[in-house]
Design a protein around this ligand. Structure first.
Ligand SMILES: [Zn+2]
Ligand SMILES: [Zn+2]
Length: 250
């Protein structure tokens, strides 16, 4: 599997990075995890506009899904001939309605479904192309999922947005690469069931036995180096900060 960080800024984009979006590739199949603010532009550095095979939305906060409205335009009003066929989109209950409302004036209430084939995510295991995926509800103010993606005996776990929870520990169990949010700063922000700080991300990785930890979703107003050192204090494996346009072979 190849993981490419399309965008990794938390909550709102930074000057350097779009919001959450991660491209996972294997066997020529391209799965995008989240499509936050600015992600569609960045994505085109890594693949063609129409080269995605499936999209997974961890939850419906704008910093994880709002560029789906822009992608709707690109697929629905395609300039090089005809409307795009529907691409599978996996998201929480109500994804189609939410995106339709956000767009505000789709030609009809069902226009989104002409170019997106919506599937409602529930906790469980299923296949997306060549990937075996497992999803669990994580701890966030809205319905939100973490996801474990497996292929060829290797695994990637993406936290989405979450506070500390058992579900995330299980998703990250012995995972090869744990892409974990660390939006908060240890000792500064502490709101349960919202976000992790660097220390909590490191503790989760340690409990789960993750092999490698990549911290992501760090907002522009947060010091990433503080979160990195907090994670390193509690997790003995390799830890680094996600950065746009960085790829990992898993
Ligand atoms: Zn977020
Ligand atoms: Zn969120």
């Amino acid at each position: 599997m190849k993981l490419t960080v399309v965008g990794c800024s938390g909550s709102f984009p930074s000057a350097e990075s779009a919001c959450s979006s991660y491209l996972v590739e294997a066997d020529g199949f391209r799965l995008l995890l989240d499509m936050g603010n600015g992600a569609l532009g960045e994505l085109q550095r890594h693949c063609g506009l129409y080269d995605l095979d499936a999209i997974f939305l961890s939850h419906l906060h704008a910093d994880h899904c709002i560029d789906m409205c822009a992608y709707f335009v690109a697929r629905y009003y395609r300039h090089d001939g005809g409307r795009c066929d529907p691409i599978p989109v996996y998201g929480p209950e109500g994804t189609e309605q939410r995106l339709t409302t956000a767009y505000a004036d789709t030609p009809s209430a069902s226009s989104m479904s002409e170019v997106f084939d919506f599937h409602t995510v529930k906790p469980g295991s299923f296949e997306i192309g060549p990937f075996s995926v497992h999803t669990e509800k994580v701890s966030h103010p809205v319905e939100a999922y973490g996801i474990r993606v497996e292929h060829g005996g290797r695994s990637l776990t993406y936290s989405g947005d979450t506070g500390v929870c058992d579900a995330l520990d299980e998703l990250a169990r012995d995972t090869d690469l744990f892409l974990c949010e660390a939006a908060f700063t240890h000792g500064k922000e502490s709101i349960p069931d919202l976000h992790l700080n660097g220390r909590e991300a490191g503790e989760t990785a340690a409990r789960a036995g993750a092999r490698r930890l990549v911290l992501t979703h760090i907002p522009p107003w947060t010091d990433p180096e503080a979160n990195l050192s907090d994670a390193r204090e509690v997790f003995g494996g390799p830890v680094e900060l996600a950065a746009p346009r960085t790829s990992y072979e898993i």
